[in-house]
Design a protein around this ligand. Structure first.
Ligand SMILES: [Zn+2]
Length: 67
């Protein structure tokens, strides 16, 4: 069975993310900018871009791709 090294990725509206209205895909905890671990600055600054988020509840890492 191949190992999936890609992080879980979800799409979210940027305004909703900034307003903490985006749910963790693992347990549904609402997350926002405070939980971003790494902005992906190698992506051009115009939308869409992504941020890596760590859920404060289950500590899972996932990517939020802004649309
Ligand atoms: Zn979670």
């Amino acid at each position: 069975m191949p190992t999936d090294v890609q992080p879980t990725r979800i799409e979210a509206d940027r305004a909703r993310f900034l307003a903490y209205q985006v749910a963790c895909p693992f347990d549904g905890t609402l997350v926002g900018p405070r939980f971003v671990t790494r902005e992906q600055l190698d992506v051009p600054p115009s939308p869409p871009y992504a941020a890596t988020v760590r859920c404060p509840n289950d500590k899972q890492l996932f990517e939020v791709v802004f649309r």
